[in-house]
Design a protein around this ligand. Structure first.
Ligand SMILES: CC(C)(COP(=O)(O)OP(=O)(O)OC[C@H]1O[C@@H](n2cnc3c(N)ncnc32)[C@H](O)[C@@H]1OP(=O)(O)O)[C@@H](O)C(=O)NCCC(=O)NCCS
Length: 202
């Protein structure tokens, strides 16, 4: 094993130790060293649950400090995929999420301009105070709803899954799709907005 590998393993163990208070990981699950966790004002609680034999390499992001993310048994989440909880994200068993996907449980901003202007003012205040740019963001006007990805689903690369969506069991989401509505079980959806392009036998 080269020096670089030893250093990478050391760095990874140190990272895992840091994750320990916020991550519940069942034996046999694998957290790849591409994984990152970003929590606004972290509290003493578990934010992420990873069940047995799952493999994750994604970015876990809790911009408001709320929500939890659960990854089911034997599921795989590729590097560069972003899971953004404000509401919960629940991923079932035997699910495959490819690379570069956005699973986004909130809209970030209000549809109401009078609310949005406050977001911009807060960003300037946070920047000038040397804080993270959403440190004082008011989340009360932001629409949010949980996302559920059911067992055996497969989400193609660079797909975007928006708030409140349930992806049914065994469903397939084509690469680059923007999913705005629930996806029926054992269907293939594709495009923007994602529409059913075929049904699968199972
Ligand atoms: C979803 C997918 C698996 C479907 O493959 P398939 O069954 O061979 O699909 P088809 O070629 O029969 O496509 C059916 C229709 O959906 C359309 N379609 C398929 N994938 C699409 C996509 N990602 N975006 C938009 N339209 C798509 C096709 O153009 C076709 O439309 P048409 O009937 O008008 O010609 C494949 O298209 C895909 O997106 N693969 C992603 C692979 C990936 O992300 N891998 C990463 C590693 S996990």
């Amino acid at each position: 094993m080269g020096l670089r590998n030893i250093y990478e393993r050391y760095k990874f163990r140190r990272t895992m130790k840091r994750f320990a208070p916020i991550l519940e990981i069942t034996s046999g699950a694998i957290v790849l060293n591409t994984t990152s966790v970003n929590i606004q004002s972290p509290q003493k609680r578990k934010y992420i649950y990873i069940e047995e034999e799952a493999i994750v390499g994604c970015n876990f992001i809790f911009e408001s400090g709320q929500g939890t993310i659960r990854i089911g048994k034997r599921s795989y989440i590729g590097a560069g995929t972003n899971l953004l909880a404000h509401s919960d994200i629940i991923i079932g068993d035997d699910v495959t999420l490819a690379w570069g996907i956005w699973v986004y449980t909130h809209d970030s901003h209000s549809l109401d301009w009078c609310e949005r202007i406050k977001d911009l003012e807060d960003v300037r205040v946070d920047y000038r105070s040397g804080r993270n740019l959403i440190a004082s963001k008011d989340w009360s006007g932001v629409n949010t709803a949980p996302i559920r990805i059911c067992d055996k689903a497969w989400i193609g690369m660079n797909a975007i899954i928006l708030k409140g969506v349930t992806i049914g069991e065994g469903a397939v989401v084509g690469a680059g799709s923007v999913v705005t509505h629930d996806v029926p079980a054992w269907s293939v959806v594709a495009g923007n907005p994602a529409r059913v392009v075929k049904m699968l036998n199972h």
